[in-house]
Design a protein around this ligand. Structure first.
Ligand code: ATP
Ligand code: MG
Length: 380
């Protein structure tokens, strides 16, 4: 008898019809990528995926985090002998002090002489005969003994471990994440990646007003995201010249909104050049002046592609919780200023009007500034 990891993927993948193979292949490749370097064996048995390794704990730890994996179970693999199945089912209950149980069987192997109802009933009877102080409760059992009868063997388990869920990374197009050093944007990127969207990051750096350490913090955040995505490139935009121009030519209370529009324009231009369909930000409605409904409308007006804001309806507290879970929080709260905190007006407009902002921007050579910034992007 050996232990295997049973991998269950999101039900949504089942619904993909003709595309299902593509989703499955990507998920399998992504799983292989995170366990690369470990000794392991991939076992396919009548549609089910199993993994074996000498280090099952490490294996579960890594596989649980792969986008698209819904649940994992540590299963015992036994031969297709009914006696072996009964014995292992009994052993399964020895690990806890259960008072009630039920047996559930899934028989994919139709050549097995008993059907699933018979298996459940007879294994249940065997357990009752061999174990004291336990009874069957089909409605609300403390433990469910699952038996899967497949081609190569039978698999028995009672514990299910919730995994990250979502869709296989790389199956749902691409987005350019506006990644600052704050708490929100890494979470927004994670949430898009979890839905299978390929992630690229862009960071606006205001050297020397923001330190090298602020940039390193963003690089570190991008590296944490990479643990989930494998391949997220970071594009660093030199932003100081644009900010100086805005400070020089525009009203103080419009600084932030005009700056946000430049970030959006540059992001769209880079996205276009890289064939990335969309842009993602960490904005949440009402959080700060630049995230009021009116400000979002004015910022959005310069975008030529969908802008996704996965945090738009979330409270800060909830965003912080996710950030802790995914491991970006500790880095995000490091005190290095991002560009916005230095060029912040005392009373930024909370209700900007598009025509007025466009009017203010007419004093700037917008196209030239955007082109220049894009040409000087540094790729990390
Ligand atoms: P965050 O916690 O993500 O920094 P925030 O609450 O500080 O967000 P803002 O500073 O208004 O909010 O930024 C809103 C969004 O704009 C960010 O979530 C991010 O997507 C993007 N953004 C802001 N500053 C930068 C920057 N320097 N480089 C790249 N993107 C940025
Ligand atoms: Mg910020």
């Amino acid at each position: 008898m050996r232990k295997l990891l049973l991998i269950k993927y999101s039900a949504e993948i089942f619904l993909k019809g003709l595309n299902r193979n593509k989703f499955e292949k990507t998920l399998k490749d992504n799983i292989r990528r995170v366990i690369n370097g470990m000794d392991y064996e991939f076992i396919l048995d009548s549609g089910r995926w199993f993994l074996h390794s000498n280090d099952m704990e490490e294996l579960s730890k890594r596989v649980r985090k792969v986008f698209g994996v819904q649940e994992i179970c540590i299963v015992s693999e036994v031969s297709l002998s009914f006696d072996d199945i009964c014995l292992q089912a009994l052993r399964e209950l020895e690990e806890g002090e259960y008072k009630t149980f039920k047996v559930e069987t899934n028989r994919a192997n139709k050549k097995f002489p008993k059907n699933s109802m018979e298996i459940s009933r007879e294994v249940g009877a065997f357990i009752l005969n061999n174990k004291q102080d336990i009874r069957v409760d089909v409605k609300n059992p403390e433990v469910v003994v699952n038996i899967e009868v497949r081609e190569k063997g039978a698999y028995i388990y009672s514990k299910k471990i919730k995994a990250v869920g979502g869709m296989p990374y790389g199956t749902n197009g691409a987005t350019l994440l506006m990644l600052s050093g704050g708490i929100d944007s890494p979470v927004a990127g994670y949430m898009m990646g979890r839905r299978g969207v390929e992630l690229h990051s862009i960071y606006f750096h205001s050297h020397p007003y923001t330190s090298e350490r602020a940039k390193e913090k963003v690089i570190e955040l991008n590296n944490i995201l990479k643990k989930y995505t494998g391949n997220t490139k970071l594009y660093v935009v030199p932003f100081t010249k644009i900010q100086m121009e805005i400070m020089d030519k525009c009203r103080e209370d419009e600084l932030t909104i005009i700056m946000r529009r430049f970030m959006m324009r540059i992001s769209c231009a880079l996205a276009e050049a890289l064939n990335i369909q969309s842009v993602t930000t960490g904005e949440s409605i009402g959080q700060v002046a630049s995230q009021t409904m009116d400000s979002l409308v004015v910022t959005n007006a310069v975008s030529d592609r969908p802008v996704f804001r996965p945090l738009i309806s979330m409270d800060k507290e909830d965003i912080m919780n996710i950030s802790r879970q995914i491991g970006t929080y500790e880095t995000s709260i490091l005190p290095y200023e991002d560009c916005c905190t230095i060029f912040v007006p005392k009373h930024p407009k909370t209700k900007p009007i598009l025509r007025m902002i466009e009017n203010s921007e007419s004093l700037l050579n917008v196209e030239e500034l955007v082109k220049d910034a894009v040409e000087n992007i540094e790729i990390i």
